[in-house]
Write a protein that binds this ligand. Structure first.
Ligand code: GLA
Length: 665
């Protein structure tokens, strides 16, 4: 179990470094991420490297028993680089340049950026490949964090090459993008641009491919660095820090290239439900690559600087959220950052060692957590224990496509809907993996696939086989509408899953969004009801669904609005499993009602019985983690060994913000 933080020693006089190491030992720190923003310190001008200070700090840490996760420092090019090569600066869709003075001022597809970054990485890797203190490589930092996309000339040139590679001929691109529409037909790849600012709606195929391209350009930067590190002979694991469900980067594809998944998470202490979003993020990153460990690479000890109001964490909350991460598979807990900066835009951001020193709750809590983590025995293999029986289907390309413009309903928020389903499962203490449709066959009993608008043939086949083999599927609404290039398939909608569910979709039935101003005319809600208390409020869409198979039953019908009496939820027992179709997006309570129905129908059990809503439970092999995120004190019957104290327990008492880990019998 790693414990530590980003360490930025170049912000401090060298005399302080040995005190840092001593304090790190006091806090139980085992690893620091070093040099993440050190490019201008390591390379003061082109061709000149200054490694003396870095040698000294790595040696000092190593002597102190602190391992180094060495960063490649490429996330913030130095002023000399951008002054000399302004063509490496990124631009927005209107051609405005993102200037230096902050960070991430690079166009990912810029050949100059890549050359300079490559030279730096090679120099670093050659120098430290065999240093015994360096245990991991931390490539760049939060790729894409501040810049969703780059539209510069470097991006234009690279986009043309990427498209030529993908389509082979301009005819194939014209066909894919449907360019006879609005006279958009291209004669050559040299006429194609990134989707820069335009008078009206842009071509959806172009936009979707530009999203893919953007993710690929960032991934290419990572892969370039990874190859250079390996070429220098380094054998340590290589990672780059993810940001959970981050729209611009398709982590489901990136994960293949990570030796360790690492993730940064900053739940908002002002939001009493943010622990559920945090749980979602942990489950997502664990699910990306279950065969390798994942590390919480960054969280905060206390308040941040970048939200409108940066509330402090409640006493105990930092440890509770750390326990949550470990319970959900993490093999390391690290913070941004070790010592609070005294200058720069993050000077108000909390750290392990606060500006106000060690007579602080933050420091005491950091030290206490370090001691608890050090006491933990070897835990069941982090990510690989495969405890979940429920798959929540989540797909990045679909995210890009389903939120594109000019749809029947233009207020869809894919992540918000996915997280609502997740919360309903979380409230019932059900363990969930968050996976693409291609992975539902990996031993799950129940798969939930809302808003799966872009449905590849291979994924439709995977979902169908899942049901045939005994799985229970809930699909819809607005699912199976287009292929992977955002075009309708022949034969209407739900052409692949419709036959499985025994339904046909005639109309998507957009409702006025709940967020629309009061007084906006039109239907806002479509209530639905079935038997045994299954009822809820549908929002955004109330689709016109026709039952077309004799063995499809209507489990709930709309009870108000234009679809009154029509199917809202259908079920068809087929193969060895069942396929349900839901024709609307239920609100929070409605989603809970549908989840409760699914859990009852499929026999999926909670990881622990009889827990109140606000107590979270997660299973990691034999390890049961219980976290009270701030509700009333609770006591839970569970037999086993307390993982921190090693004592036998039959019952766990949890104070208001508290956690426990039990190795169950
Ligand atoms: C991100 C970055 C860090 C730091 C923190 C602040 O996670 O990776 O460098 O800026 O945010 O919360």
């Amino acid at each position: 179990m790693h414990y530590g933080a980003d360490y930025n020693p170049e912000q401090w006089p060298e005399e302080i470094w040995s005190d840092d190491v001593a304090r790190m030992r006091e806090a139980g720190v085992t690893m620091v991420s070093l040099g993440i923003f050190s490019w201008s310190r390591i390379q003061p001008r082109e061709g000149a490297f200054d490694f003396g200070w870095l040698d000294r700090v790595i040696d000092l840490l190593h002597e102190g028993g602190i391992a180094v996760d060495l960063a490649t420092a490429t996330a913030s090019p130095p002023p000399w680089a951008t002054a000399q090569y302004p063509e490496m600066l990124p631009q927005d869709e209107a051609g405005a340049t993102y200037w230096p003075g902050s960070r991430q001022q690079f166009a990912p597809s810029s050949p100059v950026y890549r050359r300079l970054a490559g030279e730096l990485v090679t120099a670093l890797a050659e120098r430290y490949a065999n240093h015994p203190g360096v245990v991991m490589w931390h490539v760049n930092n939060e790729y894409g964090c501040h810049l969703d996309a780059d539209y510069s000339d470097a991006a234009r040139d690279a986009f043309r090459r990427w498209l030529a590679d993908r389509y082979g001929s301009i005819e194939a691109l014209n066909e894919a993008w449907g360019t006879y529409f609005w006279s958009q037909r291209y004669q050559s790849f040299d006429e194609v641009f990134p989707p820069r600012k335009a008078p009206y709606s842009r071509n959806p195929g172009q936009e979707l491919d530009f999203r893919r391209f953007t993710s690929d350009m960032l991934l290419e930067c990572y892969l370039m660095e990874r190859e250079l590190i390996r070429a220098a002979g380094a054998t340590q694991p290589i990672t780059t820090n993810f940001m959970g469900a981050f729209k611009p980067a398709n982590y489901a594809e990136w994960a293949e290239h990570m030796d360790v998944i690492s993730d940064d998470a900053y739940p908002d202490p002002n939001d009493p439900e943010s622990f559920r979003a945090a749980a979602f993020q942990r489950d997502l990153v664990r699910s990306l690559k279950p065969e390798v460990p994942w590390i919480l690479m960054e969280q905060s000890t206390n308040a941040l600087n970048w939200r409108p109001a940066n509330a402090p964490k409640a006493p105990g909350q930092m440890a509770a959220l750390s326990a949550q991460a470990i319970g959900r598979g993490a093999d390391g807990i690290l913070f941004f950052q070790w010592r609070q900066s005294r200058a720069g835009s993050e000077k108000f951001h909390s750290a392990m060692l606060p500006h106000a020193g060690t007579e602080t709750r933050t420091w005491r809590e950091a030290v206490a957590l370090g001691a608890d983590l050090a006491a933990l025995p070897e835990l069941p293999a982090g990510a690989a224990t495969r405890d979940a029986r429920v798959a929540l289907v989540f797909d990045w390309e679909n995210w890009w496509a389903v939120e594109a413009s000019d749809h029947p309903q233009n207020s869809l928020d894919y992540l918000a809907v996915i997280q609502r389903w997740y919360r309903a499962l979380h409230r019932r203490h059900v363990q969930v993996d968050i996976v693409p449709a291609s992975r539902v066959g990996e031993g799950y009993a129940l798969a939930i696939a809302p808003l799966l608008y872009l449905l590849r043939e291979t994924d439709a086949t995977a979902l169908t086989s899942f049901v045939e083999d005994g799985g229970h599927l809930l699909a819809g609404p607005f699912t199976d509408v287009v292929d992977e290039i955002d075009r309708f398939r022949d034969g209407g909608f739900a052409t692949q899953l419709g036959p499985l569910c025994g339904i046909r979709i005639e109309d998507f039935g957009a409702l006025v969004a709940p967020s629309a101003p009061a007084g906006e005319p039109g239907e806002r809600e479509a209530t639905f009801a079935g038997d045994e208390g299954l009822a809820g409020v549908g929002t955004l869409l109330a689709e016109e669904v026709h039952v077309v198979a004799d063995d499809t039953r209507i489990e709930a019908s709309f009870t108000a609005g234009r679809r009154t009496g029509d199917p809202a939820l259908t079920v068809r027992e087929t193969g060895a499993g069942s396929a349900r179709y839901l024709a609307t997006i239920p609100d929070e309570a409605g989603t809970q009602a549908v989840v409760d129905r699914l859990l009852a129908a499929t026999g999926v059990e909670p990881v622990a019985a009889g827990l109140p809503d606000h107590v979270e439970a997660a299973r990691r092999g034999r390890l049961l983690t219980l976290v009270n995120h701030g509700g009333p004190a609770a006591s839970v019957d569970v037999s086993g060994t307390d993982a921190v104290t090693g004592e036998r327990v039959d019952r766990v008492e949890l104070a208001a913000v508290d956690w426990a880990m039990v190795l169950t019998d």
